[in-house]
Design a binder for this molecule. Structure first.
Ligand code: C2E
Ligand code: MG
Ligand code: MG
Length: 765
């Protein structure tokens, strides 16, 4: 602790000398004049000062002892006589007291033999009073100075804490303990955190640095191992620790630091409900704390709590931003960050991109909660099977990526991948029912010079799809052949973009007819690309690229607007033909906002009633964003626009999901239609879908009809709507003109003689 005299050099000291000089002049015959400080110098706050006539030094020492002895036990003191070496002395003693009456010293005037006159007594009393006044002033001044210095300290610490971040936290905490220790003259300062869950007091920062033994007896201390640490557990007010009764604690501190403790203080870091930790100080020696110091420390403690709360919040936000909610694994963003770091450091890295096989089906079958359990189980298995330097992340859905360092070579990585497939494929127990599932892995090895993480991930993805195509449950390494397909794709992407922006797209139309009569019911608009070198390309040749690159969104707008324009033209040309145009839309188009408004606008511009248009979407669009898709479909319904589910039967849409959607038609996927006469399971599926259509009051359309036998079978099963090469390939508007004029195609051409259509009374879909 800082003493008053250090704070106010000379103020009290100067007065004491002056008073002594003055008294020797105004009190004739005074042989000893002395200002005695009380025993406790830290309280007296001024320099003891004395003057003695030559030859009286011995008496001075004797008298001082006596005065100090008396001061130690009683405050009131006036005069006494004493005999020193056979000589009688008359001693006047005037107490020096602070304003609150605390006696902190005394003015002593002594001489041999003579009795003091009342005037001399009065004079001495007056000087005593003067000294009391001066010391009171000086101590007040120094208290003010103390306070100002404390305020400055708090301000300085506040500034530093405010600019701290989770990165600089440790340094700032250590800095704080150092600054406080130095300011308070403490031998040790420390910050400890209370881990209430584990019942531990944990050292967070300390000053000065020490040789830390291992294990550190001061590092993590269970509360119940030591009464002093126990006292800090739920400490709510500053706690001053002395020597008594804290033997265990002292021993612990001595073991940890080699120094026996003398005194200490702890200030709690308070949260509203609990104690976050304590800020503590040790003095190897006696130390008196002032109220002001303790309250400054409390202010700093509360700032430390705020800092911690802020850092916790920042860390939580950062954690959330970089981790996947469900599994706790790093997410895509942190994967890319890590990948970038590894690539920048030229670290050899293999990317293992994997995806569970048919996870969607399992998810639908077991329910979402179980699906989540599968994902968390797999995440745990990955976490425990990778090496410390590997890095695992979940990209979302059932996609995971593992970065493997120091790979060795392609063979080693493939071996690692297959080991992982084994671990992942182990059965998971669901209430006694074991569920097994496989995964596919795409692998890419970092190539020197390739620094783009996203590009590498893209390649791993390509390899993953190759693994899926090759039958799943395997790992495929991205190689030259795959690389060629990627560059082919990017070439396609480039020219396709030009085609969409320029004039490269066309629409062809395929008639859909009543299979019993040949009557034209609708046409399906199918996009074509007039490729500069490859000629007219069917949608199947480029739609995947368009979907994967997002180009399908712009393409879809063009298709819809062009279909509307064409339909408007036909309506003018064939006003009596109740023609419906069916337009395909990809899942990506359903995710872009404003789709319904766009459709509405096209209808208005071309003056087309909604019911003349039907949107075809695949089951994937339904499954991907079920809620948003449902909203969009309701929007279509409000416009009168009909909706058909395309390629029905291939996407595992569950019947319950369908029931809630405003859908008008199911289009039987052509693979089932084509197998209807040869493959009993195809026939069973077609039959089931036709029945489902009946149950849900939906029309069923068969596509891909290539033989007349198929027509017969469809009619037999009760499906009367169909399209296919047998009746007509998709055609340009010019080529389609004769069909439109006739309003029908001649279906009997395609039916062997003798076959009669079932009675028309059968439900016509
Ligand atoms: P889809 O909607 O199921 O269209 C039917 C596909 O089957 C068309 O291929 C059509 O030419 C072909 N097809 C029709 N009848 C037969 C047949 O009897 N036998 C066989 N083997 N095939 C037949 P295309 O035009 O290549 O279209 C492929 C897919 O591309 C379409 O399947 C559709 O999903 C998508 N698509 C086509 N046009 C567009 C479009 O404008 N926008 C979007 N988003 N997708 C489109
Ligand atoms: Mg279609
Ligand atoms: Mg289809």
């Amino acid at each position: 602790m800082t003493e008053i005299n250090d704070m106010t050099p000379g103020v009290a000291g100067l007065q004491t000398r002056l008073v002594i000089e003055t008294i020797t002049q105004v009190v004739p015959g005074a042989e000893i004049v002395e200002i005695v400080a009380s025993l406790d110098e830290s309280i007296s706050g001024f320099d003891a000062e004395s003057w003695a006539a030559p030859g009286t030094e011995h008496a001075l020492v004797h008298i001082r002892k006596r005065v100090v002895g008396i001061l130690g036990v009683q405050n009131a003191i006036s005069s006494f006589s004493c005999v020193v070496s056979g000589v009688a002395w008359g001693v006047l003693v005037e107490p020096i007291a602070l304003q609150d009456g605390a006696v902190i010293g005394a003015l002593v005037v002594a001489r041999q033999g003579r009795v003091w006159s009342s005037r001399e007594r009065a004079l001495t009393r007056a000087f005593g009073g003067l000294l009391s006044h001066t010391v009171t002033l000086a101590s007040r001044e120094s208290a003010l100075l103390d306070q100002r210095r404390l305020d400055e300290l708090v301000g300085m610490v506040a500034e530093r804490l405010m600019s701290a971040s989770s990165r600089t936290r440790q340094d700032v905490l250590t800095w704080t303990t150092r600054v406080l220790a130095e300011f308070l003259g403490a031998d040790v300062a420390f910050l400890r955190r209370n881990d209430h869950q584990r019942g531990l007091s944990i050292l967070e920062a300390e000053w000065p640095p020490r040789d830390i033994p291992s294990p550190d007896p001061l590092g993590e201390v269970p509360f119940d191992a030591d009464p002093v640490f126990a006292a800090t557990k739920n400490l709510r007010k500053p706690y001053l620790a002395g020597v008594d009764g804290e033997v265990d604690y002292l021993e612990r501190v001595e073991k940890g630091s080699g120094v026996p403790l003398v005194g200490g203080a702890c200030v709690p870091l308070l949260l509203s409900e609990s104690t976050w930790g304590v800020l503590g100080f040790l003095h190897f020696g006696l130390h008196k704390w002032t109220v002001e110091e303790l309250s400054a420390l409390q202010a700093i403690a509360s700032m430390l709590v705020q800092l911690q709360a802020r850092i916790d919040a920042e860390e939580r936000t950062e954690y959330i931003a970089l981790h996947d909610d469900l599994t706790g694994l790093p997410n895509r963003r942190s994967l890319l960050r890590e990948l970038e770091v590894r690539l920048a450091a030229n670290r050899e890295t293999a990317i293992l991109f994997f995806d569970l096989d048919r996870f969607k089906v399992m998810n639908d079958f077991l329910g979402h909660a179980s699906g989540d359990r599968v994902l968390t189980t797999i995440a745990d298995r990955i976490r425990t099977s990778i090496r410390p330097n590997d890095f695992a992340a979940r990209l979302g859905g059932d996609e995971f990526v593992i970065l493997v360092g120091d790979v060795g070579g392609e063979m080693e990585v493939a071996a690692t991948a297959y080991r992982l497939l084994g671990v992942i494929g182990e059965p998971i127990d669901f209430a006694g029912q074991e569920v097994t599932h496989t995964a596919s892995i795409g692998i890419v090895l970092s190539t020197p010079g390739v620094k783009n993480g996203i590009e590498l991930l893209g390649w791993a993805d390509v390899a993953l799809y190759a693994a899926k195509r090759q039958g799943r449950n395997q790992a495929v390494v991205f190689d030259e052949v795959l690389r060629e397909s990627v560059s082919e794709r990017s070439r396609t992407e480039l020219t396709l973009r030009e085609a969409i922006e320029g004039d490269g797209l066309r629409l062809h139309y395929q008639p859909e007819v009543d299979l019993r009569t040949g009557k034209l019911l609708a046409v399906e608009a199918l996009v074509r690309w007039q490729h500069p070198t490859r000629g007219l390309l069917p949608a199947s040749a480029f739609i995947t690229v368009a979907e994967e690159t997002g180009l399908v969104v712009d393409m879809g707008r063009w298709v819809f607007a062009e279909a509307c324009r064409q339909l408007a033209a036909w309506r003018r040309e064939y006003p009596d033909l109740p023609l419906v145009v069916r337009v395909n839309m990809s899942p990506a188009q359903f995710v872009i906002s404003g789709l319904v408004e766009f459709v509405e606008n096209c209808l208005r511009v071309h003056r087309i009633p909604g019911e003349r248009l039907c949107i075809e979407m695949t089951e994937h669009a339904v499954l991907q964003e079920p809620e948003q898709t449902a909203r969009i479909l309701q929007g279509f319904q409000a416009l009168g626009v009909e909706v058909a589910i395309d390629d029905f039967g291939t996407g595992y849409a569950s019947f319950t999901e369908l029931k809630h959607l405003p859908v008008n038609f199911l289009k039987l996927d052509q693979t089932f239609v084509q197998g209807i006469n040869s493959d009993p399971s195809d026939k069973a599926i077609v039959e089931a879908i036709i029945q489902l259509g009946r149950a849900l009051d939906l029309g069923v359309i068969a596509e891909g009809i290539e033989t007349s036998a198929t027509i017969d079978k469809l009619l037999e099963l009760g499906c009367h709507r169909g399209q296919g090469y047998l009746m007509s390939v998709p055609m340009s508007p010019d080529e389609l003109a004769p069909v439109l004029r006739a309003g029908a195609i001649e279906i009997s051409k395609f039916r062997p003689a003798g076959k009669v259509a079932p009675a028309l009374s059968e439900r016509s879909l």
